[in-house]
Design a protein around this ligand. Structure first.
Ligand SMILES: Cc1cc2nc3c(=O)[nH]c(=O)nc-3n(C[C@H](O)[C@H](O)[C@H](O)COP(=O)(O)OP(=O)(O)OC[C@H]3O[C@@H](n4cnc5c(N)ncnc54)[C@H](O)[C@@H]3O)c2cc1C
Length: 317
């Protein structure tokens, strides 16, 4: 579909337009949103089923702590009408049934590869393509890569507080390399650095859904996921419409955003507690306050950035 703007060479060399890693709430909606815009999308999921958090966590009593009417997708009024929650705070089996209903309703499964853990994601600068490799050695390429790998999807043997290597754990298990072979591990050696929790300087066309530096785990996550997915889909469409090949966070914008995230957190008690928000439950993990505090100002900032022509990002043909 990128061909529409005359970008036939690179696009036809790729397996699809967008590769999405993870088939939880984020990856599923990413697929639906981009497919609706005419992009060719493949979702790669490590698990043998979809649902992410609600597929993996089946302990007795597991349920959401947000009212189910609010912990469900808002993007389709029809979907909202045709699903009725049986309880105010749904249990894990019911949330998983809901996710499977969504996948069936929007015919998502045909573009999802299950049992497909992604091992590596390397940016090929010459071709301006992301090249992904799965655990079985299968190789796939696309102009864009969306990491919908989840904030609480990477298990951690509990010694301190919670059993997850939160926010960065799943990403750190993938060998991600950007420009000049820069590894994400090296880039984040002193803690995660992003612009808006959406992109990382040095890693063009790579997006994170509810990444560090966005409100993510401090919010009801469904609205946060939907906001990120909508922003990313509109951004990719923006590039297609203008025949642009890459978008990348500018280092200065990223540095300013990291400073701002820390300044906002500094006005609260959060950074002074030994919590998983700081990575304090994972031995050796740098202690950096990862989420951005304040969903409404965050959304306003994302909208302002777009209104100013993707301020803080470098767009190139
Ligand atoms: C027990 C529990 C309860 C929760 N309760 C709430 C709640 O009440 N309210 C709330 O707002 N949030 C809650 N959360 C947070 C929850 O994670 C989010 O609400 C939401 O489900 C996240 O969706 P996601 O798609 O971003 O990530 P996930 O659901 O985590 O999905 C990510 C997917 O990516 C896949 N993946 C990761 N790495 C790879 C790889 N290398 N290759 C291929 N696939 C990969 C994973 O297998 C997973 O399926 C809870 C989390 C947990 C763990």
């Amino acid at each position: 579909m990128l061909e529409r703007t005359g970008d036939a060479g690179a696009a036809s060399a790729a397996d699809c337009d967008v590769l999405v890693v993870g088939a939880g709430f984020a990856g599923l909606y990413m697929l639906h949103a981009l497919r609706g815009m005419g992009f060719r999308v493949r979702v790669l999921e490590a698990g043998s089923g979809i649902g992410g958090t609600w597929f993996w966590n089946r302990y007795p009593g597991a349920r959401c702590d947000v009212e189910s009417m609010e912990y469900s997708y808002q993007f389709s009024p029809e979907l909202q009408q045709d699903w009725a929650w049986s309880e105010r705070y749904a249990t894990q089996p019911e949330i998983l049934r809901y996710i499977e209903h969504v996948a069936a309703r929007f015919d998502l499964m045909r573009d999802i590869a299950l049992d497909t853990p992604v091992r590596a994601a390397h940016f090929d600068e010459a071709a301006a393509l992301w090249r992904l490799e799965t655990a079985t050695g299968r190789q796939l390429s696309a102009r864009f890569c969306v990491m919908a790998t989840g904030c609480l999807s990477s298990p951690n043997t509990p010694q301190l507080a919670t059993g997850f290597d939160a926010m960065t754990g799943a990403l750190s298990k993938i060998d991600v390399r950007g420009r000049g072979g820069l590894t994400l591990a090296a880039k984040w050696v002193e803690g995660p650095r992003t612009y808006l929790g959406l992109q990382i300087a040095g890693f063009p066309n790579l997006f994170t859904v509810t990444g560090p530096g966005s409100p993510s785990v401090l919010t009801n996550m469904l609205p946060s996921i939907e906001q990120h997915v909508a922003w990313i889909a509109a951004c990719i469409d923006h590039l297609r419409e203008r025949a642009l090949k890459t978008i990348e966070a500018a280092p200065a914008a990223e540095a300013a955003w990291v400073e701002h995230v820390n300044a906002v957190a500094g006005g609260t008690l959060y950074p002074h507690c030994s919590s998983w928000y700081l990575g304090a439950n994972v031995p050796g993990k740098p202690r950096v306050f990862m989420p951005y505090i304040g969903f409404p100002p965050y959304v306003a900032k994302c909208e302002e950035v777009v209104a100013r022509g993707y301020e803080g990002f470098v767009l190139a043909a």
